[in-house]
Structure formats: structure tokens, C-alpha cells
Ligand binder design. Structure first.
Ligand SMILES: Cc1ncc(COP(=O)(O)O)c(C=O)c1O
Length: 359
């Protein structure tokens, strides 16, 4: 059958699928000749590989009836308990019964979209927003509208509608903060009437290959999402969960988080210093007090998408910011990660980038 023949069989939602606008950059990210600020992934050096290997071997040999078996849709009970403890540490009340584990927080976004959205429903997202989240909402034929944010998050005045909505707090970087004394309490801690759905993930503090995330939501809603998850995959990977469960139960998480923070804190400082040196007066950028990225906005009205080739020719790569803005703005922005390169390459890369945008 000719491939085009399938078009007429596609569902309405499938017709609205949008491929990730940044996947196209994968090649650049992995070319060793190019200094890349374009990646979106954690640095493998932060993965506790020996610990994971030791635990994986042990649970496979000694707990095969759990680690290699189907498991509860909600997740391993002891892991749900540990996750509830993490959430209490983020400032809100939580017990194991409030938790549903997911295959990364990406699945959480997809399940929530499946459970809450009808075609044409409007979803308000931050500008810029996480592209994987937009993809999940577009895939349910939703309409996305942007709301402004500043260094503190959403600008409240731009969000009058939230008064009547359910808020999704997608917080995979909650533990990745680089400023001493920063307030890391979740927005959910101020949720007085149960309208915030909180999403967490072990991807950035352990390893994204473990695909272990979670949802905390009001219980009646969580029960619905659980049914959506049963239909999606029955349960998340039990080997992954067993490994994460052992790490949590052994009390290894806080020291791992401290190591990961220290690793990125230095790189983030190097990137911000280099931006000061090569872009001061020509651009401004987010402080990157947490997470893996800064968003840089050029003062000049330049479409950064049009200079990617130029940058690659000079041996440096970035992600143009436009695709992160669902309202079509942000063309003079770019996303830069400090996660991948070593300090010298970060400095060299920013110098090259400065030459790409001399205005
Ligand atoms: C803001 C945000 N949300 C969710 C995810 C998905 O992460 P995971 O599915 O690995 O938990 C990512 C991944 O980069 C992200 O940046």
C-alpha cells in the first residue's frame, strides 16, 4: 500500500500530532566537532552508574518476583512512600496514596492530557514552555495559549483565568538549584483547594533512562488517571522502580542530589560569566538559578533560527527559542544548556556564538 493511503485512516488527534521542533537538532548535539549548547539532556557523568549497576544486579538476582514481574499500576508501595516523603520535603502534605508513579514525567503529562482534555480545550502554558508538554496537549487536539513568565515563574497578572482552572506544576528540576538558601517549596504547597497537580521525576537527579516519574493529584482525579495508565502500559517498568526504590530506601538520594548540584553549579557559573563577557549590552538572559538551561534574548530583532547554519559553520550549536513559544513570539531568543560541555569548551563556545551575533 502506498504510505499516503494511511492518511485517511488517521484519527483526529493523530492529525494534530506535532513532531518535536528540536529533534531536528539531535545530529548537531552529538557531533564532537561542535561545541553544543543545544542539548536538552543531563550529563551522563552525573549518573550514579556503579550504584545502579550494583542494585540492578542484586534486585534481579534476589527480587525477581518483583523486579521482573508486572506490578501495581500505582507503583511499588515503598517507592510511593519514599516519593511522598520527597514531596513533603518540597513543602506539601502527601502520603503514598496520593502518588501515582509514571514512566517519566513525560507520561504524566500525556496521561493528564488524556484524562482532562477534549479536542479544542484551551491549555494555558508558560512562555517559553517545555516542548514535550506542548506535544502532549497538541496530541489531544487542544489549543495552547501562552502566559508570560519572569525569573520567578508565571506573572500572576497574566493569569486571571487560573482562578477557575486546574494547574499542572511540572517540576522535574525542583531539586536542581544552585543558589544557597533558594526557596524550593513547590507551588503545590500553596494549593488550598486541591487544584494543583504536581509532577516530579528522578530523571535529572538519578538518570532519565530509569524512566521514573510521578503524579500527585487529588485522589478522585488520580483514580481516573490511574485508569488511563492501565490502558497505556499496565504499570511502569518494575526493574526501574526497584532500582529507584532501593536508592531511596538506602538514603542515597540526598548525597546524590548534592553531587549533581555541585556538578552543574560550576558549569552554570562558567556559562553566565562567558555571556557577560561576550553579550553584555546586546542581550539579556535568565539567571539559571536552577535547571539545565538559560534562555537568552537578543536586544536586536534577529530570528535566531536563521543563524543556526552560520553557528554550526563556526563550530557552535544552540536551539532557537521560537518553538518554545506557542504564541509565535520568542524568535530573537535561544536556549543554551550548560550541561554538556566542559568549562573551556563553554568559554570557547560562547566566544564563537558572540561572533555569530555581532549586532
Ligand atoms: C520541563 C520538563 N518536564 C518534563 C520532562 C520529562 O522528563 P522525564 O519524562 O524524563 O521525567 C522534561 C525533560 O526534559 C522537562 O524538561
Amino acid at each position: 500500500m502506498h504510505p499516503m493511503t494511511f492518511e485517511r485512516f488517521l484519527s483526529r488527534d493523530a492529525r494534530n500530532f506535532r513532531p518535536s521542533a528540536i529533534r531536528a537538532f539531535a545530529k548537531l548535539i552529538n557531533d564532537p566537532n561542535i561545541i553544543s549548547f543545544a542539548g536538552g539532556v543531563p550529563n551522563p557523568e552525573t549518573f550514579p552508574a556503579d550504584l545502579i549497576a550494583e542494585i540492578a544486579g542484586r534486585v534481579i538476582r534476589e527480587r525477581r518476583a518483583v523486579a521482573l514481574q508486572y506490578g501495581p499500576t500505582r507503583g511499588l508501595p515503598r517507592l510511593c512512600d519514599s516519593i511522598a516523603g520527597i514531596c513533603r520535603g518540597r513543602g506539601f502534605d502527601c502520603s503514598a496514596d496520593d502518588v501515582l508513579t509514571t514512566t517519566g514525567s513525560q507520561q504524566a503529562l500525556d496521561l493528564i492530557a488524556h484524562t482532562l482534555l477534549d479536542p479544542g480545550d484551551v491549555v494555558l502554558v508558560e512562555l517559553p514552555t517545555y516542548i514535550g508538554g506542548s506535544s502532549s496537549f497538541f496530541a489531544r487536539s487542544a489549543t495552547l495559549a501562552g502566559v508570560a513568565q519572569d525569573d520567578e515563574g508565571i506573572v500572576p497578572e497574566s493569569l486571571a483565568e487560573v482562578a477557575a482552572s486546574l494547574v499542572i506544576e511540572d517540576d522535574p528540576y525542583g531539586e536542581l538549584v544552585y543558589v544557597d538558601g533558594a526557596d524550593t517549596t513547590a507551588m503545590k504547597s500553596r494549593d488550598v483547594d486541591g487544584r494543583v497537580i504536581y509532577l516530579g521525576s528522578f530523571s535529572k537527579v538519578l538518570a532519565p533512562g530509569l524512566r521514573c516519574g510521578w503524579i500527585v493529584a487529588p485522589r478522585p482525579l488520580l483514580e481516573r488517571i490511574e485508569i488511563a495508565k492501565q490502558a497505556a502500559d499496565l504499570c511502569s517498568g518494575m526493574l526501574d522502580q526497584s532500582i529507584v526504590d532501593e536508592i531511596c530506601a538506602a538514603g542515597e538520594l540526598p548525597s546524590q542530589i548534592a553531587k549533581v548540584r555541585a556538578f552543574y553549579r560550576g558549569k552554570r557559573g562558567v556559562l553566565i560569566d562567558a555571556l557577560e563577557r561576550h553579550f553584555a549590552g546586546r542581550a539579556h538572559w535568565t539567571a539559571a538559578d536552577g535547571g539545565l538551561f538559560t534562555f537568552l534574548t537578543l536586544n536586536a530583532d534577529i530570528d535566531t533560527g536563521e543563524r543556526v547554519k552560520d553557528a554550526v559553520a563556526r563550530g557552535v550549536a544552540y536551539i532557537p527559542g521560537g518553538p518554545f513559544f506557542v504564541d509565535g513570539s520568542g524568535r530573537n531568543t535561544m536556549r543554551l544548556t550548560f550541561a554538556k560541555e566542559d568549562d573551556d569548551r563553554i568559554r570557547e563556545g560562547v566566544e564563537r556564538l558572540g561572533a555569530v551575533f555581532p549586532e
